[in-house]
Design a protein around this ligand. Structure first.
Ligand SMILES: O=C(CO)[C@H](O)[C@H](O)COP(=O)(O)O
Length: 223
C-alpha cells in the first residue's frame, strides 16, 4: 500500500493557541504540519512568516511543509530554511525562473515543491521534473480555507501521477483544498500521496477521531 500522509493546514487552526493546536494534531496522528504563507499580493489574504515557523519548529517533530503563496519567492527562501522548514513549495507564476528557485530551495537543505493552481496546466512540469521533490496540486484557488474541491483536479492528479511514475524519481504528490474524510479515498486512488486538510481537520471537535476517519478511508484504497 502507498505511504499516505495527512498534512493538516494550520490556516484553519486557532491562531491564539497555535503551538498547542499543532501538538494536538501531531498527537492525533498527523504526518506534516502544512504552513500556509500568504502575502496579500499573490493571493488576496495575509498570514504568517518565518518568525512563526521558527516558533513552531521546536514544539513539533512533524516536518514543516511550507507553502509559499507569495511573489516574489527567492528572497524569503533562506529565511524559511533557517526557520526550520523541511519542504518549501512555491507557485511557478510567482517566480521568474522556477527551475532556479527549485535549485535554490535544495541548496538551502530543504525539499523543493512546486504548486499548480486549478488553472495551471500540467505541461509546465515537464521541464522541472529533474529538480522537483514534491508537486502540490491545488484543488481550490489559493487564498482561503473552507472552499469546495474543484473536480477538474482529478484529471490533473492522474496526469501528474503518470509523469511521476515515468520519471523514476521519488516525488511526492500532494493535494490541497476541500479535502475531507469523505473524498480523500478517491483523491488517493487518482494518485495522490499527501493530503492537506485545513477545515477538514481543525473544524472537528475531536482531532483523533477525525484523523481516524481519514486513515480508515485511506486503508481501503488500492494503489
Ligand atoms: O492553501 C490553502 C488555501 O490557499 C489551504 O491549505 C487549503 O485551502 C486548506 O483548506 P481546506 O482544507 O479548508 O480547503
Amino acid at each position: 500500500m502507498a505511504d499516505f500522509k495527512i498534512a493538516p493546514s494550520i490556516l484553519s487552526a486557532d491562531f491564539a493557541n497555535l503551538g498547542a493546536e499543532v501538538q494536538a494534531v501531531e498527537k492525533a496522528g498527523a504526518d506534516y504540519c502544512h504552513f500556509d504563507v500568504m502575502d496579500n499580493h499573490y493571493v488576496p489574504n495575509l498570514t504568517i512568516g518565518p518568525m512563526v515557523a521558527e516558533a513552531l519548529n521546536p514544539v513539533t517533530n512533524m516536518p514543516l511543509d511550507v507553502h509559499l503563496m507569495i511573489e516574489p519567492v527567492d528572497d524569503i527562501v533562506p529565511e524559511f530554511a533557517k526557520a526550520g522548514a523541511d519542504i518549501i513549495t512555491f507557485h511557478p507564476e510567482a517566480s521568474r525562473h522556477p527551475h532556479r528557485t527549485l535549485q535554490l530551495i535544495k541548496s538551502q537543505g530543504c525539499r523543493a515543491g512546486i504548486s499548480l493552481n486549478p488553472g495551471t496546466p500540467v505541461e509546465m512540469l515537464d521541464y522541472l521534473m529533474d529538480e522537483v521533490d514534491l508537486i502540490l496540486v491545488m484543488s481550490v484557488n489559493p487564498g482561503f480555507g473552507g472552499q469546495a474541491f474543484i473536480e477538474s483536479a482529478m484529471d490533473k492528479i492522474r496526469a501528474i501521477r503518470e509523469r511521476i511514475d515515468n520519471s523514476g524519481r521519488a516525488i511526492e504528490l500532494e493535494v490541497d483544498g476541500g479535502i475531507k474524510a469523505d473524498n480523500v479515498a478517491r483523491v488517493a486512488e487518482a494518485g495522490a500521496d499527501v493530503f492537506v486538510s485545513g477545515s477538514g481537520v481543525f473544524k472537528a471537535d475531536d482531532y483523533a477521531a477525525r484523523m481516524k476517519e481519514f486513515r480508515e478511508a485511506l486503508a481501503g484504497v488500492k494503489r
